[in-house]
Design a protein around this ligand. Structure first.
Ligand code: LLP
Length: 435
């Protein structure tokens, strides 16, 4: 359903606009977001999970415009810092439609959330429970909180983005009894309004099985605390983490199938444990914004490297790299790439798309077959660049971060402008005395 097409001249077009035009007007590298696709994916989740609340995970990619779209599409917004919270509020998200996460929220962040009247703060430590209680008491309000628990599920994804096994920093473990202790601590504090249990098992996960096991375990905890507190907590969140296709080998679930599987587990558990189904929510980020955006690069050099055994690999250097997409270097993430600005009838050769940074790990696409006649000046598109690319971009090697532009019906809008070296130099104070 994405509005990305290849014209008869071989030029890719996004939202009716050829990438050659976009590159000419915006320069490269540039992230090109297909606005219609964003709305379709957002609404697709809202419809598939009808009756549940869908929180868009702002950490994946958030700007004021995106926050506004999220609200228009019926999403809530999940923030994990004061910065994201500020962008969401500035983008017009009502406080009550925001959830605040984080394993080390500062007092300022908690205060900002309380003052904005956020719908929920997801608590992650005993220190934080006390801190929120105190800040809520100062303001004479009751903070709506959820307790983040770890379910012990070993999600099949990269270690750095798995979050439900025991030995990591997030949440309160169910197995150790700390989850229940945390729920008791919240329940006992008159300035905390404990609304439910939260679980996020990790990110870029394909099997629904892990989500199902987590849902079963937190429904059991939910039923136990209902008996102990003599009331059923009104809400429950199953987190995000739904995988997307970065290469043709990835087989993601549809929102419909995810929704059906999760609904079935929650309803079956509610029945077996004699509790009501709480008001449910999920927090997808990547699955909404990831596929909507391609990164568009221009080729600078092409080099043949002779491998052991005499075969060659074509190294295609583009004008971006690990500063605009750290995911391959950080997680071994795989992407695909395609010649975007023209047709080619040349044979395909094994290629590696690399960046311009000064290290060997600066690889964007490890293995891809690209036309043998690829040359400096060609445009290369890397799909699936909407989530955690611009959001995690850096200025390594003093490289200004690329802009994000949105296309719809042939019309281009800038969401985030290109950084300039002057932006970076504005932070460089020379040798300025600290007062
Ligand atoms: N909810 C919570 C509590 C989370 O921690 C996350 C992601 C999400 C929801 C959204 O997950 P998603 O649906 O986008 O997978 N930088 C990594 C991903 C880190 C995810 C952190 N938390 C990457 O590039 O793969």
């Amino acid at each position: 359903s994405a509005t990305v097409e290849r014209g008869p001249d071989g030029v890719l077009a996004v939202g009716g606009l050829p990438v050659t035009d976009i590159a000419a007007r915006c320069g490269t590298p540039v992230y090109v977001l297909d606005e219609v696709d964003f709305h379709q994916r957002a609404r697709g989740f809202v419809e598939a999970f009808a009756g549940w609340d869908v929180y868009y995970a702002g950490k994946s990619f958030l700007t004021t415009a995106v926050a506004g779209w999220a609200v228009a599409d019926g999403l809530f917004v999940d923030c994990s810092t004061g910065g994201e919270l500020t962008v969401a509020l500035r983008g017009g998200v009502p406080g009550e439609r925001i959830g605040l996460h984080g394993n080390n929220k500062s007092e300022a962040e908690i205060a900002m959330a309380l003052d904005a009247g956020v719908g929920r703060i997801i608590v992650d430590s005993f220190d934080e429970i006390r801190r929120i209680g105190r800040l809520a008491a100062d303001r004479d309000v009751r903070a709506r909180v959820m307790v983040r628990v770890t379910t012990g599920v070993e999600a099949h994804t990269h270690e750095y983005i798995a979050t439900a096994h025991e030995d990591q920093k997030f949440g309160f473990s169910i197995a150790s009894g700390q989850a229940k202790e945390a729920l008791r601590a919240c329940e006992a504090d008159p300035h905390l309004d404990l609304i439910g249990i939260h679980s996020h098992i990790g990110s870029q996960i394909f099997e629904t099985y892990g989500f199902e096991v987590a849902a079963r375990r937190i429904m059991m905890l939910h039923a136990e605390v209902a008996r102990e507190f003599d009331r059923e907590l009104p809400e429950m969140d199953l987190g995000g983490g739904f995988g997307i296709a970065y290469t043709s080998l990835d087989q993601p679930e549809t929102p419909e199938r995810l929704a059906a599987a999760l609904r079935a587990i929650v309803e079956e558990q509610a029945h077996d444990l004699s509790v009501q189904v709480p008001r449910m929510s999920i927090e997808p980020g990547r699955a909404i914004v990831g596929p909507t955006t391609m990164a568009l690069y221009r080729v600078g050099t092409v080099k043949q490297v002779v491998l052991d055994g005499g075969a060659t690999r074509t190294y295609i250097s583009v004008d971006g790299g690990m500063s605009d997409n750290i995911r391959p270097a950080l997680y071994g993430a795989e992407y695909s790439a395609t010649l975007a600005g023209r047709a080619s009838s040349a044979g395909a050769v094994l290629s590696r798309i690399v960046g311009k940074h000064c290290e060997g790990g600066d690889i964007l696409v490890r293995d891809e077959f690209m036309p043998a006649d690829i040359a400096p000046g060609d445009l290369v598109a890397v799909p699936g660049s909407g989530a955690y690319s611009r959001a995690m971009a850096s200025n390594y090697n003093m490289v200004p971060r690329p802009p994000v532009v949105a296309v719809r019906d042939g019309v281009l809008h800038t969401l985030v402008r290109r950084e300039t070296i002057d932006d970076l130099l504005a932070l460089d104070l020379g040798y300025d005395p600290v007062p």
